[in-house]
Design a protein around this ligand. Structure first.
Ligand code: 0PR
Length: 364
């Protein structure tokens, strides 16, 4: 039976997503590489070369000491990158069975860490210790220090938290990790393409960061699926490699086998088109929009969480939130119920004005 072509979600009223409209060049590149598999680099050589360029681009953004030969790969997204960072730290901390001196290895993360770390802990058989935040939604280094011990393989820091867009005190957390011989992972999945244009300390150059997640398919304006995992040392990726007896390449460090060549090609094309000026403009425009929206919401009497990166949270009554959803706005809520607006590149000032007009209409 003939069915109508389904239309994808239009971005016009999407205010809660961490994905965005891909750059046109990235869209075209993704289509050209749809049938390639970077998981088999000896067969798909062109996309393997592109993946090296993608890693170099991500390493440049995150101030890796040697971007040209940084260890890393293009993941399916932030979840895979975070799972692999935990797996690598676990394998390097002990013998890879998830135990250290007979005790379960642990990972210490702020409660703001993305739920992918819960998945990682479950899949990898490590203990996840979550630690309360400070008053402004950032990891508290003293609380982290109280939670780590000799069995801590990894301390997680978030650079752009999912709920409030906060950046943890990364140099302080790196110092805490270093004291107990744990590694430090920075989750900049969402923040990584905005942070280079701020004065936050988050990168390989700012602290003893071992591994870092940075996703082209979020602020990088690349098509899904394209995440990124980077490591300071090759040994972090070596700790993930398994033998692949019947492939021309003899080992594989990725979690998935067949991977998206479209994701890799799209990421490279987006970075070629936008780094650095296009990303700087997008970051500045998003920051202006977030500040403006925060001001407008505060002027209407709502409690607003001051944006740090371009994400605005505000305490809006349940009924107002529901009415906005009914009006077609794709908005979401934090765990404690605040309205959340993520100022991605597709979120324009005029869309925000229309959103506020609807808000003014429904709250009466
Ligand atoms: N780390 C951080 C800081 C994140 O915010 C996210 C996802 C991840 C890791 C995991 O990344 P992947 O989803 O690529 O595996 N943050 C958003 C969330 O879970 C993802 C998202 C994206 C949600 C688009 C909605 C949406 O429309 O809320």
């Amino acid at each position: 039976m003939q069915q109508p072509e389904p239309e994808p979600q239009s971005f016009d009223r999407v205010l809660s997503s961490m994905c965005t409209e891909p750059h046109p060049a990235a869209r075209a590149a993704a289509e050209r590489f749809l049938a390639t598999n970077p998981g088999d680099p000896a067969t798909y050589e062109a996309v393997a070369d592109l993946e090296r360029r993608a890693v170099e681009g991500l390493a440049t953004l995150s101030a890796h000491p040697t971007p040209g030969d940084a260890a890393g790969y293009v993941t399916s997204g932030g979840t895979e990158a975070n799972v692999q960072a935990v797996r690598s730290a676990r394998n390097r901390h002990d013998g890879s069975d998830g135990r250290h001196g007979g005790k379960a290895v642990n990972v210490v993360a702020p409660t703001s860490a993305h739920f992918s770390f819960t998945k990682a802990a479950e899949v990898l058989g490590v203990e996840l210790r979550t630690v309360p935040l400070d008053d402004d939604y950032r990891a508290d280094p003293d609380a982290v220090a109280a939670a780590v011990d000799d069995d801590t393989a990894l301390v997680v820091a978030v650079a752009g938290s999912t709920e409030y867009g906060r950046v943890d005190p990364i140099p302080e957390l790196a110092a805490v990790a270093g004291e107990v011989g744990a590694r430090l992972h920075v989750d900049a999945a969402w923040g990584g393409f905005v942070l280079p244009f701020t004065d936050h300390a988050w990168s390989f150059a700012d602290a003893a960061v071992d591994t870092l997640t940075i996703d082209p398919h979020k602020y990088g304006q690349a098509p899904v699926p394209a995440g990124g995992l980077l490591a300071r040392e090759d040994a972090a990726l070596d700790a993930l490699a398994v033998d692949t007896p019947y492939l021309e390449t003899r080992s594989q460090a990725t979690l998935t086998g067949t991977r998206s060549g479209a994701g890799v090609a799209g990421a490279v094309a987006a970075m070629d088109a936008l780094w650095p000026d296009g990303y700087r403009e997008a970051a500045e425009r998003a920051a202006d929009n977030a500040d403006w929206l925060a001001g407008e919401l505060a002027a209407r009497g709502y409690d607003v969480v001051e944006p740090e990166l371009p994400l605005v949270a505000a305490a809006v009554p349940e009924s107002t939130f529901a009415a906005l959803r009914d009006a077609g706005w794709k908005v979401s809520r934090t765990g404690t119920g605040e309205l959340r607006v993520v100022c991605m590149p597709h979120v324009t000032r005029s869309a925000l004005r229309a959103f506020l007009d609807d808000l003014d209409r429904v709250r009466r």
